[in-house]
Design a protein around this ligand. Structure first.
Ligand code: DHB
Length: 462
């Protein structure tokens, strides 16, 4: 798909859509023929391999690799999945751990299982593992950036569709797909869990030759999701601007920080949340993490603002403690200034153009841009919408029912309110959310895997 620079799409937007609709009708017949190519090949034996786990247990498994999940492959370096089947299955047709390694919203290959992350642990526990590659903002073929948003989520949805389409002839139970990722990957799996089968994605998926199947996942495992991108600049400054005295900002950055922070309460209100409640949730989540760490033998020095004995959190002190542990992002944290000179963030690249330019994607940063267009195009708005799980939770019947969300108390890649709002939106709908802050953890994933797999085994046995 071709993406235009922000601002030049207003007139061409509807023409593009009419064109895509006609194209999809023409292609429909050929799509049906191409479905045959998306069939799991039952005649392939796979490779016999083994993995030595940290406790020296050897896990034997069969590997099936490089299975293309769309019939029109644009980038063969990424658009395929790998399947790994342990010899010791936990049940005849076990759940499938579906792992994405995407990070920084970059392209990611479908790697082999690792003994030190959830893929190795899942094999050892007898789950089938699927690792899906996907394009990202940096994937190119002939200088064409083919993975700008929303292509990565389309790839992952196409991979999930492949599993559903072939469920009766493939190892593993596609009705129990556990989508797992960290950071940008954590955001992607949250999007898989919230926007499954939604009509917004139907046309692009059919154009790329994805299987004509559902794309639901049964569980989401999301570590430190960099999500809700169009609202996270405000959340970030609302939380971290109290440290501006030691943040070393320029006058302009301080101004932007203040503006963003002051806009966040309105957004919170739109989500049915007061500032007081958000502060209470932050204190409770930090305290729960501290209690658990204390039970596990850690000593928490009271001067960082958390006094376990009194069950108190001084947010001002604790946020200063986080900011002191590593430099914060400068405002706006996600939709940066100066994107014209390609010095944008991962997110500016994600929403950038297929000729490699970065782009703004929020109203605020667009308006505050010192040069270039001040208008956010309909096309960029549409792409931003497709990348945010918050737009689908509560508006989509296929919402995933089981969520496991973790965020480190030392993480500053996004902010506490962003993940707490995701949790809140899910809680309101009554789905199963296993949520916790992890004491002392920064921007990481796949820790405390025993806790994850205890939970997975509970929900699998229900
Ligand atoms: C990731 C980290 C970031 O700080 C960010 O803005 C986007 C993605 C990551 O680690 O995936």
């Amino acid at each position: 798909m071709v993406y235009y620079s922000a601002g030049d799409m207003n007139d061409t937007h509807s023409i593009k859509y009419i064109f895509l609709l006609v194209l999809s009708t023409v292609l429909f017949g050929s799509c049906q023929k191409e479905e045959g190519r998306l069939k799991w090949d039952t005649s392939i034996n796979g490779d016999q391999r083994s993995l030595v786990m940290p406790d020296d247990v050897v896990v034997k498994y069969t590997a099936y690799e490089k299975v293309h999940y769309v019939s029109r492959v644009v980038d063969s370096a990424y658009q395929y999945l790998n399947i790994y089947v342990p010899h010791n299955l936990r049940e005849e047709n076990p759940p499938i751990l579906f792992k994405t390694y995407t990070a920084g919203y970059m392209a990611s290959k479908a790697k082999a299982p690792s003994a030190t992350d959830a893929t190795g642990y899942a094999l050892a526990e007898g789950y089938v593992v699927c690792v899906a590659g996907c394009r990202g903002w940096n994937s190119t073929v002939d200088d064409f950036y083919n993975g700008r948003a929303p292509e990565a989520i389309l790839d992952l949805k196409a991979a999930v569709r492949y599993l559903h389409a072939n469920d009766s002839i493939m190892p593993g139970d596609a009705n129990r797909i556990i989508a797992s990722g960290t950071s940008a990957g954590g955001a992607m799996v949250a999007l898989l869990g919230s926007s499954a089968n939604h009509s917004d994605y139907a046309l692009p998926l059919s154009l790329m030759g994805a299987a004509d199947a559902k794309d639901d996942v049964w569980a989401v495992v999301s570590y430190c999701p960099i999500t809700n991108l169009e609202n996270s600049d405000m959340a970030y400054e609302w939380l971290f601007s109290i440290t501006n005295d030691v943040r070393g900002l320029t006058d302009r950055q301080s101004y932007l920080s203040g503006q963003l922070a002051s806009m966040f309460p309105l957004y919170l209100e739109s989500q049915g949340v007061s500032e007081e409640n958000m502060e209470k949730w932050m204190r409770n989540s930090i305290l729960n993490a501290a209690f658990k760490a204390t039970r596990e033998g850690q000593v928490i020095p009271p001067e960082i603002g958390v006094v376990v004995a009194d069950s108190t959190v001084n947010l001002h002190k604790f946020i200063h403690y986080i900011a002191g542990a590593q430099p914060l992002k400068t405002p706006p944290a996600f939709d940066a200034q100066n994107v014209v000179s390609k010095r944008g963030t991962f997110e500016n690249k994600l929403f950038g153009t297929s000729d490699g330019k970065d782009a703004n994607f929020t109203e605020f940063s667009m308006l505050n841009q010192l040069d270039g267009s001040k208008t956010l195009s309909e096309e960029v708005r549409w792409r931003v919408r497709l990348m945010n799980p918050m737009n689908y939770i509560g508006k989509n019947q296929s919402l995933c029912r089981h969520w496991y969300i973790r965020y480190g108390t030392l993480d500053r890649d996004t902010s506490f309110p962003t993940v707490l709002l995701l949790k809140h939106k899910l809680n309101v709908l009554g789905v199963d959310v296993n949520f916790a802050f992890q004491w002392g953890e920064a921007h990481n994933g796949d820790y405390k895997l025993n806790e994850l797999f205890d939970w997975l085994s509970k929900i699998s046995n229900k």
